[in-house]
Design a protein around this ligand. Structure first.
Ligand code: MV4
Length: 447
């Protein structure tokens, strides 16, 4: 592989360019008109404008991306996360044009991207699932019959949904109809697929995910878990690895369950298998992500493996190193997503960053696209940096995170840095005694 086109922007485009540089591979950046001075354009060997700021006219435009790939002579495309990263049609177009899509095959993306087909695969492999409707529900009557079997509270999910979009929690039969019809309508408008299904809703689980690495020779390993329970409106805010309550035994069980799913489809590339982990350590498969994830650096810190380089090497047809087959983490890593947002309303707060200071020192890593006077446009995600702290244990990692959050300064836009400080010093969070409800509880008690 000589040249990779990065079909993305922001910190992940920068992260991918860094991996390519270390591997001696040339890079091609693409940008919308609002991003012409962005860091990813400065760092890449070449850069091309692909359209106007709205994503669908630029970063989501398959014809524009394929044209740049052809003109620049790129051998491969790295999609990053978001945008086209889990679009099986885009992966298919790359396959047809013989441009390597750095990720799994279009067939894997299609199979595993649909939550219902992914759950069916898991079920066939004996991986535990929550009780739910195994088939898509077409009418309210079908939903009613399924709800009767499953009981309340329940959750309605879109088969094609992701990242919590299109989900609705229903606490009693009285609210089933309105929620079912809204969920169906939203699934159609957001994902172009009206298929929805019902699952038993777990009220205070942890959200944990297993990192997988698999090559085209049938080798697959897991690299332990990330605890992603700290979310607001299904946006992750803080992630950590390892999960503070998971034992070696549970880690091995989760890892093996994730590997069964991957092996059943001869999965290739990086992948993340999401589970809900209940108080009694029972766990349930919920979905799989077929891309590099935002929170991948915490796994890099506790494993010493550069996941993006590994992903590129696998796409080049190389074998993975099997030494990680009975993986246990070393130390502890935490990531805080720094967003350009209003502290009270959480609304995005785009604008120009006049000046900033990024923390450094022992155990601190920052993945960011900030440069002097850079502009954070309103058109894309509001994340401006990932602040990642590593320590020999959780306490050291958290104390380093606190110190780094205190050092960090961003002038010109509002950020959630102070919100992070509150969370990481909250007694419940310090104890590691968290669940998916933590943020909602924190916000309702601090009002
Ligand atoms: C659930 C759940 C409880 N029960 N499914 C959210 C993101 C998506 N990937 C899966 N998610 C969840 N699915 C069932 N059957 C809880 C979550 C969830 C969550 C729910 C409400 C508030 C915060 C949450 C944080 C993480 C996961």
């Amino acid at each position: 592989m000589n040249k990779i086109l990065i079909a993305n922007r922001g910190e992940i485009a920068v992260r991918i360019i860094r991996a390519c540089r270390e591997l001696g591979i040339k890079t091609v950046a693409v940008f919308s008109t609002i991003d012409r001075d962005a860091l990813h354009c400065r760092l890449a060997d070449e850069s091309y404008c692909i359209g106007s700021p709205p994503s669908k006219h630029s970063y989501l435009s398959i014809p524009q991306l394929m044209s740049v790939a052809a003109v620049s002579g790129s051998d491969a495309i790295h999609p990053g996360y978001g945008f086209l990263a889990e679009n099986h049609k885009f992966a298919r177009v790359c396959e047809q044009y013989q441009i390597k899509f750095i990720g799994p095959t279009s067939k894997h993306i299609k199979q595993l991207g649909d939550k219902l087909t992914a759950k069916q695969l898991a079920k066939n492999e004996g991986v535990p699932l929550l009780s739910g409707s195994d088939e898509p529900l077409h009418t309210f009557e079908e939903a009613q019959a399924a709800a009767k079997k499953i009981g309340y509270p329940l959750i309605i999910k879109a088969a094609a949904g992701g990242g919590g979009r299109g989900m609705r929690i229903v606490r009693s039969a009285k609210h089933l109809q309105e929620n079912f019809l809204t969920a169906q309508r939203e699934a159609e408008t957001f994902f172009g697929n009206a298929q929805v299904f019902i699952e038993k809703f777990l009220t205070s689980p942890r959200h944990v995910e297993i990192q997988l690495v698999a090559d085209e020779f049938g080798n697959a390993i897991h690299l332990g878990e990330r605890d992603c329970s700290i979310q607001r409106r299904h946006q992750k805010i803080i992630e950590e690895s390892p999960c503070p309550t998971i034992t070696k035994k549970i880690r091995t069980q989760l890892g093996n369950a994730a590997l069964k799913i991957a092996r059943s489809v001869k999965y290739i590339s990086l992948g993340t298998v999401e589970f809900l982990l209940d108080r009694d350590n029972s766990f349930y498969f919920i979905e799989m992500n077929t891309r590099i994830q935002v929170e991948h650096p915490i796994t890099e810190l506790v494993t010493g493996i550069d996941l993006v380089k590994e992903q590129i090497r696998i796409a080049c047809g190389e074998k993975i190193d099997l030494k990680g087959s009975n993986f246990q983490p070393r130390g502890h890593a935490i990531e805080c997503r720094i967003n350009a947002e209003d502290a009270i309303t959480f609304a995005p707060n785009p604008g120009r960053v006049h000046d900033f200071h990024l923390p450094s020192g022992p155990g601190i890593r920052i993945d960011s696209m900030l440069v002097k006077d850079c502009y954070i446009p309103p058109d894309y995600d509001s994340m401006i940096a990932k602040l990642i702290a590593y320590g020999n244990n959780r306490e050291e990692a958290l104390n380093r995170m606190r110190r780094a959050l205190q050092e960090m300064q961003v002038n010109g836009i509002k950020t959630n840095i102070n919100f992070h400080l509150k969370v990481i010093d909250h007694p419940t969070f310090r104890k590691g005694d968290i669940s998916t409800n933590f943020i909602d509880e924190l916000l309702s008690t601090s009002k």
